[in-house]
Design a protein around this ligand. Structure first.
Ligand code: DX5
Ligand code: ZN
Length: 218
C-alpha cells in the first residue's frame, strides 16, 4: 500500500458538533486534521479562526494542519500557533513577503507550509524550498468543498515532486480528491491527501478513509 497520509477537511464536518467530529475522524484513523481557515476576502467564503481551533485542540492529539486562506496572514500567524496548529500553511498569492512568513512560522516552533492556487506556477516557491516543511497544491479554486478536481494540477504535482528531491517536505493535495482521483494524485507524487466530502459525506468515516487508502493499494 502506498505510504500516504489522509487529512480529512473539517470544512465538510457538522460545525454544530465539531469536537465530536474531530474525535470521530481521529478514531477512524486519519493522520492529520485539515483545518480550512477562510476570511471572506482572499476566498469567497468564511469559516473559523483561532478560538474555534483552540476549542477543538483538546479533542485529539493528531496533527493540526491549518490551511490559511486569508490575506494578509502575517498579523495572525502567532494566534494560530497559540491556538494549537502544528502545521501553518499560507498561500503564496496572499503573502507578498512569503519568505518572511515561512521563517516566522518556523520561529514559532511550527511546521511551515506554502499553498498554490491552481493558476499559480510552481516556480514561485523555487527560492523558499529550504524554508518549507509542506507544499499544498490546490486542485480546486479554494473557497468551497465538493468541487471537481482540476486535472492540470497533476503536472504541477509531478514537477514539485521533482523539485523536492530528497528534502523532507510533505506534498499535499487539496480539492476534489476521492476514490476516483486519488490514484492519479498519488502516482503524480502526492503523499498527503486532503479529503473533505469524500470522508464526511458518506457518514461512515472509518469506511471512507479505508476506501481512500485501498484505492492506492499497490
Ligand atoms: C477548499 C478547501 C478544501 C476543501 C476540500 O478551499 O481548502 O480543503 O474542503 O473539500 P473536498 O475534498 O470536498 O474537495
Ligand atoms: Zn484546505
Amino acid at each position: 500500500m502506498a505510504d500516504i497520509k489522509i487529512a480529512p477537511s473539517i470544512l465538510s464536518a457538522d460545525f454544530a458538533k465539531l469536537g465530536e467530529e474531530v474525535c470521530a475522524i481521529d478514531r477512524a484513523g486519519c493522520d492529520y486534521v485539515h483545518i480550512d481557515v477562510m476570511d471572506g476576502h482572499f476566498v469567497p467564503n468564511l469559516t473559523f479562526g483561532p478560538p474555534i481551533i483552540k476549542c477543538i485542540r483538546p479533542h485529539t492529539e493528531k496533527v493540526f494542519d491549518v490551511h490559511l486562506m486569508i490575506s494578509p496572514s502575517q498579523p495572525f500567524l502567532q494566534d494560530y500557533a497559540d491556538a494549537g496548529a502544528d502545521i501553518i500553511t499560507v498561500h503564496a498569492e496572499a503573502d507578498i513577503h512569503l519568505d518572511r512568513s515561512l521563517q516566522f512560522i518556523r520561529s514559532l516552533g511550527k511546521k511551515a507550509g506554502v499553498s498554490l492556487n491552481p493558476s499559480t506556477p510552481e516556480n514561485v516557491i523555487e527560492y523558499v524550498m529550504d524554508k518549507v516543511d509542506l507544499i499544498l497544491v490546490m486542485s480546486v479554486n479554494p473557497g468551497f468543498g465538493g468541487q471537481s478536481f482540476i486535472p492540470s494540477q497533476l503536472e504541477k504535482i509531478r514537477r514539485i515532486r521533482q523539485m523536492i528531491g530528497d528534502r523532507p517536505i510533505d506534498l499535499e493535495v487539496d480539492g476534489g480528491v476521492n476514490t476516483k482521483t486519488i490514484g492519479d494524485v498519488v502516482d503524480a507524487g502526492a503523499d498527503v491527501i486532503v479529503a473533505g466530502s469524500a470522508v464526511f459525506n458518506g457518514g461512515d468515516y472509518i469506511k471512507s478513509i479505508a476506501e481512500l487508502r485501498a484505492a492506492v493499494a499497490d
